[in-house]
Design a protein around this ligand. Structure first.
Ligand SMILES: CC(C)(COP(=O)(O)OP(=O)(O)OC[C@H]1O[C@@H](n2cnc3c(N)ncnc32)[C@H](O)[C@@H]1OP(=O)(O)O)[C@@H](O)C(=O)NCCC(=O)NCCS
Length: 146
């Protein structure tokens, strides 16, 4: 069992562990994690087990544009995947973002994440060539929220 709760600065250590496991060469430095947990106009949510341990995390940034929000990170610890935790985090974040449209970007080769986003109604709207470390393209996906 897990619940979705607001995240905050006390989650920095757990989020740093999650980033290392989920994103390897793309992982954010601690300063960026500190920032995503503290700045205003960011929706930040965690999935936690009954003991309060973080199982997954999502952040949605509302600062860049009034027209759409950006999901800037989403990850679930490997041992808790395929239990709909990312789906629950994504839906909860979308609901709290109060935007007509939400965008995100994902490595072209990240087929698991692409399958997740497709299932949730995201469509490709752009490609950012050689965006990621190592030169891989980013696919930019968008969803209209009703
Ligand atoms: C991508 C990620 C967040 C998915 O988390 P999750 O909690 O396992 O996702 P869910 O259980 O909600 O998956 C829902 C559906 O998405 C699809 N999906 C999710 N992961 C998948 C995978 N690895 N392969 C194929 N389909 C997948 C499936 O359709 C799945 O439904 P099903 O399990 O009934 O088949 C997780 O694998 C992860 O943290 N990966 C590393 C970080 C990452 O790539 N983040 C996204 C960056 S843009």
């Amino acid at each position: 069992m897990y619940t979705i709760e607001p995240a905050g600065i006390k989650d920095l250590k757990a989020l740093n562990r999650l980033e290392k496991v989920c994103f390897e060469e793309d992982r954010w430095p601690v300063w960026d994690l500190f920032s995503v947990l503290t700045v205003s106009d960011v929706v930040r949510l965690k999935a936690v087990d009954e003991a309060g341990n973080m199982l997954g995390f999502i952040a949605g940034d509302l600062r860049e544009s009034q027209r759409f929000g950006w999901i800037v990170t989403l990850g679930v610890f490997p041992e808790y995947r395929r239990q709909k935790i990312a789906s629950a985090l994504l839906e909860a974040c979308e609901n709290r973002m109060s935007r007509d449209r939400v965008r995100l970007c994902v490595r072209r080769s990240n087929l698991g994440a692409l399958a997740l986003y497709e299932k949730h109604g995201y469509m490709q709207v752009d490609v950012w060539k050689k965006y990621y470390v190592g030169g891989e393209d980013a696919l930019v996906l968008e969803k209209y929220l009703s």
